[in-house]
Ligand binder design. Structure first.
Ligand code: TNX
Length: 545
């Protein structure tokens, strides 16, 4: 009888034999300080989590919920008590800062704000074994977290990712996935490029044609990945029906803003004007110029695409439309574009010319500045801050504007010297639509090149500015323009791994950043992406390039 019992016990043990997997200390972006210890902590069905508040409870549940998918159980989260994993509020800590202490006995998560706890959990996730990222049930793994002491805080307050959904549309679910990736990399500003020549993407109740007309363009052959395909596209002809497009309803937008907020990401909408406005003008030709294009653009580059600053109805339209946009986005920044405006279109337009005379303006540069300053008043009237691309410096900068420096760092330096706030997105470091590897190793998706090592080498604070001016540089942002990015797999391919380089420049203090250390951690990150089935560019990290 006892032999039978023994055999039963033996089979039982072998059935449930579990394997301990221990994560690596390979966190991206690199924490400010970390000290690796010995041994590891095991999270299992009996693990208990102690939080202090309902808000921490929500954060813990959002995080530990993932265990349900992967392990079939999740640790128990309680308010109060002495759990194995404890949340401890330390009010003196800086916003977004956290400490994370893992020993074989327990895990302590210490922060002064909810954002701090959230970022501690993002680091904790990366300390889990790579298998955790599979999203598949693996009940026989024991989840080991290596002993480590981390003290961490961000170097910059603005750590952004811009997604252009005009040139190619990405739907609500895809945008949420982008937000997930951002959160994992501790990015906190989602700049949403919602309108451009090739499509208008947000429902506006007072101007319904913006989506009825403006959200649709002709399709083109997306199997050819070369950018030349984009630039050579014919315009839509009368009688042709546009087939490509899409937009977000106001409910979609609210849902996404709430989803972002849960992940400590603020959403910055951009409506590009007075240039890059062909979708707007195609929908409401009365706000365009005499020689405006008639249809939403199919490809780039579009010439006659500007709003008309000579007409009062342009400002009536802009005010109503922008107010509806601002109603949807609680964050206190509104981006109005301002880049690459074809001002020569105004030379031929009688209304624009009349405005120049009446206002005593010198030239079309000053007319652009006149336009932007009036738009800024609409935004300031709502208590919000206007952001524009660095061209808004031309002809005189609007008084309260924040400048996004993209044509190198010069615009940012100039704006900071004038006492304006600046966000750095220099194209030679931050444009992740640019080709990243050798032509033989990847399809030619971009017109120029941005290597991973170059992206990593970006100093957010440009050289040669004073400490006071440096204080006006709010942070850094990766920009994803999508002329050549027609689907999700291309989007992730171009985003990773370069986004990690830019995220590290935004979060990790320049004193601690280290290229060799980064590329080591990247090897583990690649395994995490593999587990998730996310396509990324290995070519970006070929050592011979
Ligand atoms: C310039 S960057 C643009 C975009 C293009 C991008 C392509 C900027 C403010 N304007 O309209 O998509 O280059 O990389």
């Amino acid at each position: 009888y006892s032999i039978i019992l023994f055999l039963v016990a033996l089979t039982h043990v072998s059935c449930v034999q579990k394997k301990v997997e221990i994560g690596k200390v390979a966190i991206i972006p690199l924490p400010e300080k970390q000290l690796v210890g010995t041994g590891h902590f095991e999270i299992n069905e009996g693990t208990s989590v102690t939080v202090e508040t309902d808000a921490q409870m929500a954060l813990a549940n959002l995080f530990f919920d993932e265990f349900t998918t992967v392990s079939g159980w999740m640790p128990k989260v309680n308010i109060g008590g002495d759990g194995d994993i404890v949340f401890i509020t330390e009010p003196t800590m800086a916003a977004e800062a956290y400490n994370l202490e893992v020993t074989p006995e327990n895990i302590k998560i210490i922060a002064g704000s909810e954002a701090g706890f959230f970022y501690a959990l993002q680091s904790l996730k990366q300390l889990l074994p790579v298998s955790f990222y599979s999203g598949k049930l693996q009940p026989n793994i024991v989840w080991g977290i290596p002993s480590v002491r981390i003290q961490d805080k961000p170097a910059f307050e603005w750590r952004g990712y811009m997604l252009d959904v005009s040139r190619h549309f990405f739907d609500k679910q895809q945008v949420k996935k982008v937000l997930d990736f951002m959160a994992e990399s501790k990015l906190n500003r989602f700049h949403w490029h919602l309108a451009d020549d090739q499509g208008w993407r947000v429902e506006i109740k007072s101007y319904p044609k913006l989506t009825e007309v403006g959200a649709w363009r002709m399709d083109y052959n997306t199997t050819d990945e070369r950018i030349s395909n984009w630039f050579g596209r014919p315009v839509q002809k009368p009688g042709e029906k546009p087939t490509y497009g899409g937009y977000y309803t106001q409910d979609d937008i609210k849902e996404i803003v709430a989803y972002a907020k849960e992940r400590f990401i603020e959403v910055v909408p951009e409506i590009d004007m007075p240039g890059h406005a062909q979708a707007m003008v195609a929908s409401y030709p009365e706000i365009g110029c005499v020689n405006s294009e008639k249809y939403v653009a199919t490809g780039g580059v579009v010439k006659n695409n500007t709003l008309n600053p000579g007409k009062e109805e342009t400002f009536v339209f802009a005010e109503k439309m922008l107010n509806e946009v601002m109603d949807l986005f609680p964050f206190n920044y509104m981006h109005i574009g301002g880049d690459e405006c074809n001002k020569s279109q105004w030379l031929k337009d009688p209304d624009a010319q009349r405005r120049i005379k009446e206002e005593g303006l010198k030239d079309v540069y000053e007319l652009q500045s006149y336009f932007i300053k009036r738009i800024e008043k609409i935004i300031n009237a709502r208590g919000k801050i206007m952001i524009g691309w660095d061209e808004i410096l031309e002809g005189g900068l609007a008084p309260n504007a924040t400048v996004m420096s993209w044509r190198g760092e010069e615009g940012g330096i100039e704006a900071a010297k004038m006492g304006h706030e600046v966000i750095m997105t220099p194209s030679n470091y931050c444009y992740i639509d640019l080709k990243q590897g050798h032509d033989d190793l990847e399809p030619n998706l971009g017109y120029s090149q941005l290597l991973l090592s170059t992206a990593y080498s970006c100093d957010v604070i440009p050289k040669g500015i004073s400490e006071e001016e440096a204080g006006l540089i709010k942070g850094i942002q990766a920009n994803m323009w999508t002329e050549s990015i027609s689907d999700w797999s291309k989007l992730t391919y171009m985003t990773f791994p370069r986004l990690y380089a830019i995220a590290e420049s935004g979060w990790t203090s320049p004193r601690v950043k280290d290229w060799d250390n980064f590329t080591n951690r990247l090897q583990t990150q690649f395994l995490r992406l593999d587990k998730q089935g996310v396509r990324y560019a290995v070519s970006a990290y070929s050592p011979w390039i």
